[in-house]
Design a protein around this ligand. Structure first.
Ligand code: HEM
Length: 604
């Protein structure tokens, strides 16, 4: 219940101090937006996942005799996984190579009897615990010609594993941030309110959910590194030892912090206990920093600091919202009235101010992270990572709209009439909308943290996610065109064909062309690109063509197309094994856009 004096205070227009505080916040927001635009503009390319920068011998080389070793040079230190470096010879059977990793360099020993057309396929783990893979082709002595294989079905389990990983990360963030935010809300924002402490049952549920999320995420990391799909989860001996130490550290910190918060919970906790719970909550919430993308960026201290601040202020906002929703619910015992409305209005005002500064800090830290992690502006629309970030920012814009509606209209309303249940109910409903939108933001973040910021393909990332799919294009192999080659492309074996390719690009343009002879060995892709109005398009740089054989975990093998007459392009693609190959053509149509046309061909 409220006193007359308090009601007079609640009814008063905003005090000059509050107005100037709100103006300061707006000015700070504008300054931050300008600063962030500058930061993004001047951002240096960041270290994403490790990339292969050179090999000795280089791919495509023909040698008189087998080299003693193959050296792979990466852009950042990498770690090996068992059987990660394999040699596929003329019989198509992969053999594990003895390999050592020293910093950015991996050296693999080539068996002395290796001869003919050889594929060295590699899979290593980047500093941020993400697996990356690729392959190179070397011929020793005379080419043994194509390696014939029966086509193999594509495994869809990678896509499922990716989805489970995104859901697990989102659950870990959601539960960990809410848990830590609730502790902060109870200890700082609602500390004098008799019902400010979150119920123990809720804290237990959140600690359990964060534990489940982080453990499932670690399992997905191990499975991705092992190369086994989701089905391999039942053989933990195969993937458990592969879970990297930083991921284990994140698991340990999340579990320890979360369950310590539960252990320290009490109705009337002492100041020391409260502080300990706050520290434990902070450990849970910043635990992902130990194994995320930010451990590989430069300067590392800035990446780690921005990430920690981002997580902590995100928790302040999300957990605070949940805390306030619960408090409002408990203060509305029935249709009759509001229990201690003035105290509730005070807590609301305190949270509203804190949330404003949290949003500001989220924006600053978030854009700092983007500037450090993204390799450049063009990655924002040209990569799966960039597009996930755009989705996240769009959701953040909507949640900010809802939050500012709440702050400008409903917070003053409940402060003016703290005893009116209808005002509090409307306020609570809008806060629930804010919470739901933040959950969507966290789902988009889950996708963000599992993709390669550089746009490369994670070894467990399906092409359609990582490499700008062409949504309008049907997921079928190209249809055979009328023209058929007589005989195999090396004069024997199965007959070659020319397959027509037609793919709509994400920006409305179209790629048309053909690939032949669709046999194991060298194939030629010829194509042209037209814009949405049907005009021949001149890409800003020669298109890149990547091929992968997912069923054998081979690739991608990359090549740059060369210009031919009449604005057409040609790329010679080496398909060293039979099977269903995914071909991706990345066309830079503008500084900000690099749509990818993707199609499958079955080489026999
Ligand atoms: C202006 C708004 C925002 C921007 C520009 C932004 C940007 C980013 C970026 C670039 C990352 C790095 C992802 C990576 O590791 O590759 C990130 C991570 C993250 N963001 Fe945001 N974000 C924003 C708002 C939010 C909001 C509103 C929330 C939720 C309350 C949130 C929660 C997170 C979480 C949980 C992570 C993961 C951190 C980790 O795993 O280390 N972000 N954000």
């Amino acid at each position: 219940m409220t006193t007359t004096g308090c009601r007079a205070h609640a009814l008063a227009p905003p005090a000059p101090r509050e107005l100037s505080r709100s103006r300061a916040l707006t000015a700070a927001l504008l300054a931050v937006v300008a600063g962030l635009a500058w930061l993004l503009g001047s951002a240096q390319p960041a270290a994403a996942h490790a990339e292969l920068v050179a090999t000795t011998p280089s791919s495509g080389t023909t040698l008189d005799r087998a080299p003693e070793q193959v050296v792979l040079q990466f852009s950042e230190p990498v770690r090996l996984v068992p059987d990660g470096i394999r040699l596929v010879g003329a019989d198509g059977t992969p053999r594990a190579m003895v390999a050592t990793a020293r910093g950015e360099q991996v050296t693999a020993e080539v068996p002395a009897d290796a001869t003919g057309t050889l594929v060295v396929s590699w899979r290593v783990v980047s500093g941020d615990s993400h697996p990356v893979s690729g392959a190179l082709v070397v011929t020793v002595g005379a080419s043994t010609g194509p390696v014939l294989q029966q086509p193999v079905e594509l495994a869809g389990s990678d896509r499922l594993l990716q989805g489970v990983g995104v859901a697990a990360t989102a659950l870990q963030h959601l539960a960990g941030m809410t848990l830590a935010g609730l502790v902060l809300f109870g200890a700082v924002v609602a500390r004098r309110h008799p019902s400010g402490t979150a119920p123990r049952r809720l804290l237990v549920a959140l600690a359990a959910a964060a534990s489940l999320g982080v453990l499932a995420g670690a399992a997905v990391t191990g499975l991705r590194i092992s190369g086994g799909g989701l089905a391999a989860v039942t053989s933990p001996a195969d993937w458990l030892p592969l879970v990297p130490a930083p991921t284990l550290a994140t698991v340990g910190a999340t579990l320890a912090g979360g369950w310590l918060v539960v252990a320290l919970h009490g109705d009337q906790p002492s100041r020391r206990r409260r502080r300990a719970a706050l520290a434990a909550g902070a450990v849970t919430v910043v635990a992902p920093v130990l194994s995320g993308h930010t451990v590989t960026v430069e300067p590392r201290w800035l990446g780690v600091a921005a990430d920690a601040v981002h997580l902590a202020v995100g928790a302040t906002w999300l957990g605070g919202l949940v805390g306030l929703v619960l408090l409002v619910r408990r203060s509305l015992p029935g249709a009759g009235g509001v229990r201690d409305g003035v105290a509730l209005a005070r807590v609301t005002a305190r949270f509203s101010a804190l949330a404003g500064w949290s949003v500001l800090a989220l924006g600053v830290s978030g854009v700092t992270l983007a500037a450090l992690v993204l390799p450049g502006w063009s990655a924002l629309l040209g990569t799966g990572y960039g597009r996930s970030l755009v989705v996240k920012l769009s959701l953040v814009a909507v949640v900010l709209g809802v939050a500012s509606w709440n702050r400008q209209l409903l917070v003053p309303r409940v402060r003016r009439a703290p005893d009116a249940p209808a005002a509090w109910s409307a306020f609570r409903r809008l806060m629930l909308v804010e919470v739901a939108l933040l959950v969507a933001v966290l789902l988009a973040t889950g996708a963000l943290t599992s993709l390669d910021p550089g746009g490369g393909r994670d070894s467990a990332t399906p092409a359609t996610t990582a490499a700008a799919p062409t949504p309008a294009a049907p997921p079928t192999a190209p249809t055979p065109a009328a023209e058929d080659h007589a005989g195999g492309h090396d004069g024997h074996g199965p007959a070659g064909r020319t397959l027509a390719v037609r793919r709509t690009l994400a920006d409305g343009g179209e790629l048309t062309g053909s690939i032949s002879p669709v046999l194991v060995g060298t194939n030629t892709l010829r194509f042209e690109v037209r814009d949405a109005d049907g005009r021949l398009l001149r890409p800003e740089q020669p298109p890149t063509v990547r091929v992968r054989l997912d069923s054998r975990d081979l690739g991608p093998l990359s090549t740059t197309a060369t210009a031919e007459d009449g604005g057409r392009w040609r790329a010679d693609l080496d398909l060293p094994l039979g099977g269903e190959w995914t071909v991706e053509v990345a066309v830079r149509t503008s500084t900000f856009s690099e749509p990818v046309a993707s199609f499958a061909v079955i080489a026999v």
